[in-house]
Design a protein around this ligand. Structure first.
Ligand SMILES: [Zn+2]
Length: 259
């Protein structure tokens, strides 16, 4: 049965559909991920053009047809211009959106996930944020919300929390050298584990104001990519290639506070 749905939503993805329309992937507050056609949105004078762009939060009125939703009205709440006007932030913001897109099923509402992306984009606009740490914070919180919170307190087998922990690719966990570090491809130092715990527990604003060594950031980035792949099945993201192409956060990090 067809019906109307009024909901706030974030645009995860937008692409042209034919000559006139756009096909949006929305993350709606009411129904989670939802594909929707925005008719006529490719026309410059269209009322739906602005609400069909990336990095948009808007109130949408959707007509839910048998096979596809259609946008009938939209009122923009936020355009995240601080992201759109900076290529590095644009790359990170696209990465956040693609991570959500790839890890959630359609029509499973989660206000927590909506808030995670909304506030993640908001903090990405903050010129003083360390956006590498913000990205690690986003990945950790996303994994945690999906039910895949990495064990960061110590060895997954014996609980040892001193010294390095080694990543076990078969189990996707961290182990001390006695319990399975032998065949591991990489390790996390105790400082990197502590940093990850802080990133997970702090709000974005505080997490992105922390300060960390380059090797800790590299260790965490590597570890979390393995976690996302192993636990959430995420791989081959287009946005990650784009992020690497534009040079990541090299040119816009301004860390402030030492942990
Ligand atoms: Zn152990």
């Amino acid at each position: 049965m067809s019906r109307l749905l009024k909901t706030k939503a974030l645009v995860l993805q937008t692409r042209p559909l034919g000559e006139r329309d756009r096909l949006l992937t929305l993350y709606t507050m009411a129904s989670g991920k939802l594909p929707a056609v925005a008719p006529g949105a490719r026309k410059v004078k269209s009322k739906l053009a602005a609400a069909s762009g990336p990095f948009t939060c808007a109130a949408y009125l959707l007509y839910l047809g048998r096979t596809m939703a259609t946008v009938t009205q939209a009122e923009i709440e936020t355009g995240f211009w601080g992201i759109r006007n900076d290529v590095h932030r644009y790359a990170y913001g696209t990465y956040f959106a693609e991570l959500v897109d790839k890890t959630v099923e359609e029509e499973e509402a989660s206000p927590e996930l909506f808030a995670l992306l909304f506030h993640g984009w908001r903090e990405l606009e903050n010129k003083r944020a360390d956006i590498e740490l913000l990205a690690r914070c986003f990945e950790l919180k996303l994994l945690s919300l999906l039910g895949y919170r990495p064990g960061l307190e110590g060895c997954a087998a014996c609980g040892e929390n001193r010294g390095k922990l080694f990543y076990g690719s078969a189990s996707g966990g961290l182990f001390c050298s006695s319990c399975g570090g032998g065949g591991a491809s990489f390790a996390l130092t105790a400082g990197s584990c502590a940093l990850a715990r802080r990133l997970l527990s702090l709000p974005y604003k505080n997490a992105s104001a922390l300060r960390a060594h380059a090797f800790q950031k590299a260790e965490l980035e590597n570890f979390l990519q393995h976690c996302l792949q192993h636990w959430a099945g995420v791989g081959g993201l287009k946005s990650l290639s784009f992020l690497q192409k534009v040079g990541g956060a090299d040119s816009c990090n301004k860390p402030k506070r030492q942990i």
